[in-house]
Write a protein of this length. Structure first.
Length: 179
């Protein structure tokens, strides 16, 4: 996993809970915490940090990942405003992930293993999102969707239809942005 993810996680934890909590998570996970944005680190390190945050906060790892995704979005918007320019809604922004955002991420962060998303509309106008990644971080994607919705002043209603963690070949979510 690219170091930028660890940098965002550190900033999110520090902003919400203080630098001491970040240090405590690193100690509990037995990690040194020296992450450079362009570096590559074992996926197990982020999973260890999520596990420790889950224990410390007494919430599920899925809740930690959703919180992190939502908390990271304002930081991403500040650092990479160009990805948000030209979008007037979370739906438009989210649908640009495969074609605009992830190719640029791969240019900026060589070797980045980005997930792949499939999009379609259902009969009710909801956006159906298929998520595939060997990391199985659909809960992080869920948080990113909520964070993007916050950024555009919208409220997202997400429903998980299937999940790789339950043995499905991909995760599927339905997202609606009621007026």
């Amino acid at each position: 996993m690219k170091g930028i993810v660890f940098n965002l996680l550190e900033e999110a934890v520090t902003n919400a809970h203080g630098a001491g909590v970040w240090d405590d998570l690193l100690d509990a996970a037995e990690l040194d915490g020296a992450y450079t944005s362009l570096g590559s680190y074992a996926d197990d390190e982020v999973f260890a940090l999520v596990t420790q945050a889950s224990r410390r906060l007494a919430i599920s790892p899925a809740d930690v990942l959703r919180w992190f995704g939502r908390a990271a979005m304002p930081m991403l918007a500040e650092r990479y405003q160009i990805f948000f320019d030209g979008h007037k809604s979370a739906r438009s922004f989210i649908m640009s992930v495969n074609d605009i955002i992830h190719p640029e991420v791969r240019k900026l962060y060589s070797g980045a293993g980005c997930p792949h998303f499939h999009f379609q509309n259902d009969a009710d106008g909801r956006l159906l999102i298929g998520y595939h990644s060997p990391r199985q971080l659909c809960q992080l994607a869920h948080g990113f969707i909520e964070g993007a919705s916050d950024h555009f002043g919208q409220t997202a209603i997400l429903e998980h239809l299937s999940c790789m963690s339950e043995g499905h070949p991909l995760c599927r979510m339905a997202v609606d942005w009621p007026s």
